[in-house]
Design a protein around this ligand. Structure first.
Ligand code: GLC
Ligand code: MG
Length: 522
């Protein structure tokens, strides 16, 4: 079956405040993104995802929306969005935007009304539980730590916030709320957006009986907070009723041509991810295991095999090494090893697995988390390091902005920047460009089956990607020592190190932290 555009695409996540500043105020903006579309086109990017661009008091840097159908003035206006969309589409690049339906800002007019009295028509748009100030309705824990209920003395009731108290949760059991969010979806699709990344999908519906969450019994080795003895969000997420809500989103999305929904999906158990990926639900769901996994072949293999096993033929995987919520992978890999070499191995993995890869801006040049001194911290939960300005050159502010000061401090742009890597065939940027090209021109890498390679050393990750006509083996050495693999004869299409021979006979010796893509002769 022919693949859909979102199965063939390489996605690129842009944190709009940090990509490029067109007007010199120290804050990245939409015109800045538009100005760099040729860069993305040359890299081979097919689609971009913009983190929230809507008006917001910025308590959670845009994930606290006060107007779903506008643009934050720091980033531009609707005309700038239309320009970005038109210019992207002209280059064959699709644009998806962030939809944050779980909660609004407490500054959103809906919440201001809702809070105003117990009888306000919007009262039931949020989750209000009357009660006394000494007893919150449930024991649920916020994703950001602490409780999830805030007491409102004026109306003697608690409201629910799964994130900051400035982010009250909407009530998706209220059909008016569902309809209001459908209108938001229509608004952006009508304008020409190609789809949405949907925030905290698993959390949109909570238990109608407000039962307390139990303690987790099974830990997950890749997700540190899924620890034994931690809280299992049994009643605050992954509720059965969520699927009807998603089907509603999908119906609206499918009334436009060729649009796509990708969910931020943190299921209580990894096996449940596929439950969200159905012909009438989400097309894609983020798989976060690589974001947290140690640089260790066993961990990556476990993540891939769990995905391949639990997905079945109907669901299509996604792969992500970094995003705006966690330290960048190159930064994590640099603790205790050669971060650059390891990030190259990971890039080969990301772009040769079966599934849609998402690249986080700057990872293609090996950008590291910036040091953010105490006085420059912006994010309430410490995620600033991975959100620093894109490093375009070694000019002032890394070419990101001409301003005196940037909204977040810049990282190591003197050594790591686009200009320096653009024409260097050995740069990280050239590796990403070659990988993307190879992926697009090699059917086995795009649509081939995945199968583990038998007999490889345990501390390497080696797998097949096959179509009837093409047989590819990808071999990744996660160790700092050479490793030998018995391999049929073939040609090395790409390696992360320079080699004397690109032909393999019966055995292949991988250099420390070397990744290769081999086309077998048979
Ligand atoms: C998602 C976003 C994160 C945000 C949170 C609350 O997890 O990725 O950045 O803080 O939702 O909206
Ligand atoms: Mg600006």
């Amino acid at each position: 079956m022919a693949l859909q555009w979102w199965q063939r695409a390489v996605f690129y996540q842009i944190y709009p405040r940090s990509f490029a500043d067109s007007d010199g105020d120290g804050i990245g903006d939409l015109d800045g993104v538009t100005a760099h579309l040729d860069y993305l086109g040359a890299l081979g990017i097919d689609a971009i995802w913009l983190n929230p661009i809507n008006p917001s008091p910025l308590d959670d840097w845009g994930y606290d929306i006060s107007d779903y159908c506008g643009i934050h003035p720091d980033l531009g206006d609707l005309a700038a969005f239309d320009r970005l969309l038109a210019e992207a589409h002209r280059r064959g690049i699709r644009v998806i935007v962030d939809l944050v339906p779980n909660h609004t800002s407490n500054q959103h007019p809906w919440f201001i009304e809702s809070q105003s009295s117990r009888t306000n028509p919007k009262r039931d748009w949020y989750i209000w539980i009357p009660g006394s100030p000494d007893r919150p309705p449930t024991n649920w824990e916020s994703y950001f730590g602490g409780g999830t209920w805030k007491y409102d003395a004026a109306t003697a009731a608690w409201y629910l916030h799964m994130f900051l108290e400035q982010q009250p949760d909407l009530n998706f059991r209220n059909p008016e709320v569902v309809e209001a969010i459908h209108d938001v979806i229509r608004f952006w699709l009508e304008r020409g957006a190609d789809g949405f990344r949907i925030d905290v999908v698993q959390g949109l519906i909570k238990d109608d009986q407000l039962r307390d969450n139990p303690i987790r019994v099974k830990r997950d080795p890749d997700i540190p907070w899924y620890a034994e003895g931690s809280q299992d969000p049994l009643y605050s997420s992954d509720r059965p009723e969520i699927h009807e809500i998603i089907r509603g989103f999908r119906r609206v999305s499918d009334s436009y041509e060729d649009r796509m929904l990708v969910g931020e999906t943190w299921p209580r158990e990894q096996e449940r991810l596929a439950d969200y990926l159905r012909p009438d639900e989400l097309q894609l769901g983020f798989n976060f295991r690589f974001l947290l996994a140690r640089y260790d072949a066993h961990r990556f293999r476990a993540a891939i095999e769990l995905t391949e096993k639990s997905f079945g033929p109907g669901a299509w995987p996604t792969w992500t090494l970094s995003n705006h919520d966690f330290p960048r992978h190159i930064t994590r890999y640099s603790r205790g090893g050669d971060g650059d070499a390891r990030a190259r191995v990971a890039a080969v993995m990301l772009l040769t697995l079966r599934g849609t890869p998402f690249i986080y801006y700057g990872e293609e040049i090996g950008m590291r988390d910036a040091e953010v001194p105490a006085g420059s911290k912006r994010d309430p939960v410490g995620r600033d390091g991975c959100r620093s300005p894109m490093q375009w050159s070694d000019a002032r502010n890394g070419g990101f902005s001409t301003s005196e000061k940037t909204w977040l401090p810049c990282g190591d742009f003197k050594t790591v920047n686009v200009a320096r890597q653009l024409n260097d065939p050995h740069s990280m940027l050239s590796l990403y460009r070659r990988l993307i090209q190879l992926r697009k021109s090699t059917p086995a890498l795009l649509e081939g089956s995945y199968r583990a390679f038998e007999g490889a050393p345990e501390d390497c990750l080696v797998f097949h990607r096959d179509t009837p006509a093409q047989h590819i083996v990808v071999a990744l050495n996660f160790t700092a020592d050479p490793r030998q693999i018995d391999l049929p004869a073939g040609t090395i299409l790409l390696s992360t190190v320079s080699r004397s021979s690109y032909l393999t006979k019966s055995s292949l010796t991988l250099a420390p932290n070397e990744a290769v893509i081999v086309m077998l002769d048979v």
